[in-house]
Ligand binder design. Sequence first.
Ligand SMILES: [Mn+2]
Length: 378
Amino acid sequence: MIRFIHTADIHLDTRFTGIRDESKRKQRRAEHRHCFTRIIDIAERVQPDFLLVAGDLFEQTHFSPDTINFIVRQLERVYPLPVFVVAGNHDLLVAGSPYLTWEWPSHVHIFKDGQFQSIALKDEVVIHGASATQQSGFLNLLRNYNVPQDERIHIVLFHGSEATDRRAAEQWGSWLPFTSEDILSSGADYYALGHYHSFRSIPFQQKEVKGYYPGCPEPTKLDETGPKYILKLKLEKGRPIQVEKIQVQSRQYREEIIDCDGFKDRNQILERIREFGNKDDVAKIILEGYPDPALELDLETLRESAKDWFFTVEIENRTRPDYRPDQMDNLLALRFHEQLQEAKAQGKGNSRDIQVLEEAEVLGLDALLRGHIRGYEI
Ligand SMILES: [Mn+2]
């Protein structure tokens, strides 16, 4: 039996876009490094047979030499534990990549080719790794790659899109795409993947698990909500894969929805936001529903009032004022409302049209019934 740790998508030196305050972004970058230190702490404590990093260790477009030196020094702590690294789409193997220009410790093996190369470890395990390069976009590396069928454990390591799940492939972009069939036909014992930022097993929606995306260990974007992991694995030839998810993140990212149906003043929203408050969390609050037309939604003021209840908070408005025809004393508004209802009925099925018409309805009724359009106050 072999034991190893699998991580991916760490994205050191990411910019933490989505957080407005530069001092908080700086704090997140410091926490991000702590997350990497914790991963190495775990490797030191667990003493696995090796460590796998399945791409996007750092961001090629914003990395600082200081960060690469930090990574190298952390990895030195676990010498001589073998560490296998492939490049992903954010730390692409391009000219000038630190993977090519830095001096990496001898126990750190970086796969420096866009095609699979294999490295045997103690005649027992073979790691087949390929890095993402500028040519990798739509290449399916796995389709014609078959690992030897022998007594050794074969692990495939790369950063790519499980394209059987089209929605995920669209969301994250296509890099070294592969399908469930490619996984089943190439015959490895474990697929150590990176690219999708949330934990998932592969092949997509199939009972028998052949590998995992660990997801990013530390959330970097506002929509990366919920627990984030690195994986500790035990593998024995011909036996089911044993996985343990380990949480190493510094902060929780949360998305909360507030239903504003019938709300008459904005303090009702504030009171609800306060209930979600947690000073350590990065939160995004989404306002939904049909509040009373009297409610003045000023997102900046709301955010300012709520900001001390969280590490950071963003508020998104998806509400629509609840204008009711029986309360419209303005004939023009009533006629406008009727026409829009008709147009919406005709436009059924085209969600983009409906969205535009609903937008027009709110702006028009605001102008006709209130004399000014909310969100457009100067
Ligand atoms: Mn990534």
